[in-house]
Ligand binder design. Structure first.
Ligand code: FES
Ligand SMILES: [Fe+2]
Length: 340
């Protein structure tokens, strides 16, 4: 069961253009396109005549023509043309989803359109800010979306899953400060005099063997995890808010369920230092290795669950943030279900 009244990232901005793109999210087949004025549009990917997928049809101006018998639908989902007759019968319409372009991604609201409030989209403004260098990607993941969120919320895994990029013994030892809010979970993991992550060292040119390291994140249900993380010279005051000697990364993961076993994993890593430095840009590209390692672990985990369903598992202390995040989402889904 998925949270319905929510924004989900459905595509990267460059994927949606003047052709039809099919993508299923939360079990809903959707067809995406851009209108002539550049606005994203999202319709149910199903013709209400005989159920042909509209993505197999044609985009004509701002309307979609079904490829079977030629019915045409506008961006509100209303049928506006039936080539073989003049009258349009009642009920000749399909679902239209609110769609918004924000922070280099296309977001779709899967619930009640009247409740689609754009201010609920998390603020990720640095992803479109020229003052930041961005590296982004997408994986079609054969894993449950909550498992892909779990791996981001448990930062002790970096030492084992990311040996060449984000390995950090400090995160294994540090106790995170977890703050629960009505619609978010925030975690602060501050690691004074710690081992800096190898990728951050390479990209920044940091010289010391030890650093003040921070890995902070916010989880915005249902699917967005936004990290504020980085390294700084020891004692430079980064934990008190002084970033003058710090190297900051913002890593964002937006993990949209396709169904219970398959997900769309969108990510973007941004840095605010050495912007325009080609050597640093090349090193920053290695973050792709990191997030592919997350993907591979979660896909292997899903295969294990599928092979041995229902086997008992245990919890450990480090699971605190992931359990709180899952509980928060479960409560939101339950509240939505109870409200009908
Ligand atoms: S199925 Fe679409 S026009 Fe007939
Ligand atoms: Fe990871």
């Amino acid at each position: 069961m998925f949270l319905r009244n929510a924004w989900y990232v459905v595509a990267c901005d460059h994927e949606v253009g003047r052709s039809l793109l099919a993508r299923t999210i939360c079990g809903e087949p959707i067809v995406l396109f851009r209108t002539q004025d550049g606005q994203p549009a999202a319709l149910e990917n199903r013709c209400c005549h005989r159920n042909a997928p509209l993505s197999a049809g044609k985009l004509i101006d701002d309307e979609v023509q079904c490829g079977y018998h030629g019915l045409v639908f506008n961006r509100q989902g209303r049928c506006v043309l039936i080539p073989s007759q003049t009258a349009i019968p009642p009920g000749a319409e399909i679902r239209a989803f609110p769609a918004v372009e924000r922070h280099r991604w296309i977001w779709v609201w899967t619930g009640d359109p009247a409740r689609a409030d754009e201010t609920l989209i998390p603020d990720l403004h640095w992803q479109g800010d020229p003052g930041w260098h961005n590296v982004g990607g997408y994986f079609h993941a054969k894993a449950n979306y909550q498992a892909l969120i779990d791996i981001q919320l448990d930062n002790t895994h970096a030492q084992y899953v990311h040996p060449t990029t984000l390995a950090n013994v400090g995160a294994v030892r540090a106790t995170p400060r977890v703050k629960r809010e009505a619609d978010a979970i925030r975690v602060e993991r501050l690691m004074p005099d710690s081992d800096p992550q190898p990728l951050y060292v390479r990209a920044s040119g940091f010289k010391d063997a030890r650093a003040d390291v921070w890995v902070n994140w916010v989880y915005k249900p249902p699917t967005v995890v936004a990290f504020d993380t980085g390294i700084a010279e020891r004692g430079s005051g980064v934990f008190e808010g002084n970033r003058s000697r710090a190297f900051t990364f913002h890593n964002v993961h937006a993990i949209t369920p396709e169904n219970e076993r398959v997900s769309h994993y969108f990510w973007m890593s941004s840095r605010s230092f050495k912007v325009g430095d080609e050597a640093a840009n090349r090193i920053h590209e290695d973050i792709r290795i990191t997030f592919r390692e997350d993907l591979e672990m979660c896909e292997a985990q899903q295969a294990c669950i599928d092979a041995m369903p229902g086997r008992p598992t245990i919890d450990i202390n480090a699971d605190n943030p992931t359990i709180q995040a899952r509980n928060l989402l479960a409560r939101m889904i339950e509240a939505e279900r109870a409200a009908g």
